[in-house]
Design a protein around this ligand. Structure first.
Ligand code: GRF
Length: 206
């Protein structure tokens, strides 16, 4: 499965995908890593593994659509089209129909909370501060609303009273590193069937 990975920061989820590809557990090829931040450590991780990178600054474009058009073009040129997939791994931008139309049902995101709770940029901290007893991570298909599309998989962790977003977040991150590559492998195997809000996991070919 040819994929592009979009990052804005540390890229530890990108690293988990690279690692699973390198150890043979994930049948995908990262054709391009795109960042909207020139100093994202995710870019460095990609370079260390000989993966092509591109920085596209959203501030260079006057609309979300213009930025998305540039991203689609870069991703297509790298060899990922509607039969590939785009992975948002800590990518802190909302994409528009311009982007989603180029990769219909092929864009996935990970969110560090159990959706639909605690959407937005601080899912871990918001859950910790709310005092929930369980939080976790959600991998979902991306639609035009933030942290909203059909859910592929969720994983849960118990929360400790008063532990704060950082401690909770680091435990959630460990789950993310398991379920994100897993979701991608399901996509690569053609096992994910979207039916409205529902994502069905079809049986593996034997
Ligand atoms: C992760 O917690 C992810 O769920 C969220 O942003 C964080 C990115 O971490 N959307 P990393 O860049 O993959 O290390």
């Amino acid at each position: 499965l040819p994929i592009a990975v979009l990052v804005s920061g540390s890229g530890s989820n990108l690293q988990s995908i690279i690692d699973r590809i390198e150890d043979g557990a994930l049948d995908a090829e990262i054709k391009l890593v795109v960042s909207n931040k020139s100093d994202a450590y995710g870019l460095e991780r990609a370079r260390k593994h000989g993966i092509a990178t591109k920085v596209l600054l959203h501030t260079d474009y006057d609309s979300r659509e213009a930025f998305d058009t540039a991203m689609v073009q870069a991703i297509n040129e790298a060899g990922v089209d509607k039969d590939g997939a785009v992975v948002m791994a800590g990518f802190m931008r909302i994409v528009t129909s311009v982007f989603l139309g180029a990769f219909v049902n092929r864009v996935i995101n990970i969110h560090p909370a159990l959706l639909p709770s605690f959407t937005g940029v601080c899912g871990q901290g918001d859950a910790a501060d709310y005092g929930v007893k369980i939080s976790g991570a959600t991998v979902h298909f991306v639609d035009e609303q933030m942290d909203h599309g059909p859910i592929i998989i969720q994983a849960a962790v118990p929360c400790q009273p008063g532990e704060g977003g950082d401690a909770l977040g680091s435990r959630i991150l460990k789950l993310e590193h398991r379920i994100f590559p897993q979701s991608l492998q399901w996509l690569a195997d053609g096992r994910l069937e979207i039916d409205g809000r529902f994502v069905r996991l079809k049986p593996a070919d034997t």
